[in-house]
Design a protein around this ligand. Structure first.
Ligand code: ZN
Length: 321
């Protein structure tokens, strides 16, 4: 009899699970299309970002973001391109960079972005060198009271200097999969926004998002966002390689600073277009030629991403850098 009881309980559990999936299916699926792309120039004064010899990240990111937006507008007619900022300052008149990052995510979510592309420049420390160039005499004392005596010793003299780091190349970051739970929360709260709907619809949706099914849906969506973000990141790096850049790959980032990737309820990537700390790359990312090549690579990647959307298997066929 005990076995029978277990079987009954098991069947009930299966029915409950299945019915929750059926309800999930009734909710309109997110459309497999690109209607709105958010282009995010990283940083903004008073936060200049990383500094090179003569330029700073904030200005380079803005120039590239504006060019990218223009290219996307031309190549994806019918797709709305929104910018988080179009001048040198942090977005929305903000002066605190964390507040600005939260605003970036909210702006993207409120506008129902289908894709979020952040533009940043990379930086590493300069190489530090030290060389002994001689010695000098140093006086010191030992002992206390009457026993106190003066001594001398020779100590080395060093010359130190730095040379710019030679680290170079592109990197595209996505939100780390192990942080998906955190992202799910944002995805859930974003979906509660029901502005412009009938009262009945919005009530139904509000009830839905309080339900356990909503959590399943949020989880499915987040997994989908991860796969799509990864696909785009790999396409971006692939296009950089095709354009002759050296790629450091598509990577997962889980540091605190990447709030924009965590809090955007859509596939999102952060493109590090080159190292501003490397003098050659600083010249490249500041030049028209360099910026146009960078923009072309990202634009090509977005077009390939769009082609792959809805293809299902396409996500796995995206070439690896
Ligand atoms: Zn940055």
């Amino acid at each position: 009899m005990k076995l029978k009881k277990i079987l009954v309980l098991f069947s009930l559990a299966v029915i409950a699970t299945l019915s929750s999936f059926i309800e999930v299916k009734d909710v309109p699926k997110p459309q497999e299309t690109l209607r709105t792309i958010i282009v995010d120039a990283g940083h903004g004064l008073p936060d200049p970002g990383a500094k090179g010899k003569y330029s700073h990240e904030s200005a380079v990111a803005l120039a590239v973001a504006l060019k990218l937006g223009k290219q996307l507008e031309e190549n994806l007619p019918g797709c709305k391109i929104l910018y988080t900022r179009t001048d040198e300052n942090l977005p929305n008149g903000l002066t605190n960079k964390n507040e600005a990052n939260r605003w970036r995510a909210k702006f993207s979510n409120d506008n129902r972005g289908d894709l979020f592309i952040a533009i940043h420049c990379n930086s590493t420390r300069a190489n530090y060198h030290r060389e002994k160039i001689g010695t000098r005499k140093e006086t010191y004392y030992k002992g206390k009271g009457k026993k106190r005596k003066k001594y001398t010793r020779r100590v080395p003299i060093y010359r130190s200097w730095t040379t710019p780091s030679e680290v170079q190349g592109t990197e595209t970051y996505i939100w780390a999969v192990n942080k998906n739970d955190q992202k799910k929360e944002y995805v859930g709260s974003m979906a509660e926004d029901t502005e412009g709907m009938s009262e009945e619809d919005s009530l139904a949706i509000a009830n839905f998002f309080d339900s356990p099914e909503a959590k399943i849906l949020a989880s499915l969506r987040t997994k989908k966002y991860f796969d799509k973000s990864k696909m785009l990141a790999e396409l971006v790096e692939d296009e950089f390689v095709k354009g002759g850049r050296s790629s450091r790959g598509a990577k997962q980032r889980n540091e605190e600073g990447i709030l924009v990737l965590a809090a955007t309820a859509m596939p999102s990537v952060l493109v590090e277009i080159g190292f501003i700390s490397n003098p050659e790359e600083e010249d490249y990312i500041n030049s028209d030629k360099g910026q146009n090549e960078i923009v072309y690579a990202i634009m090509r990647a977005v077009l390939r991403y769009k082609e792959n959307l809805g293809g299902g298997a396409a996500a796995t066929t995206a070439s690896q850098p």
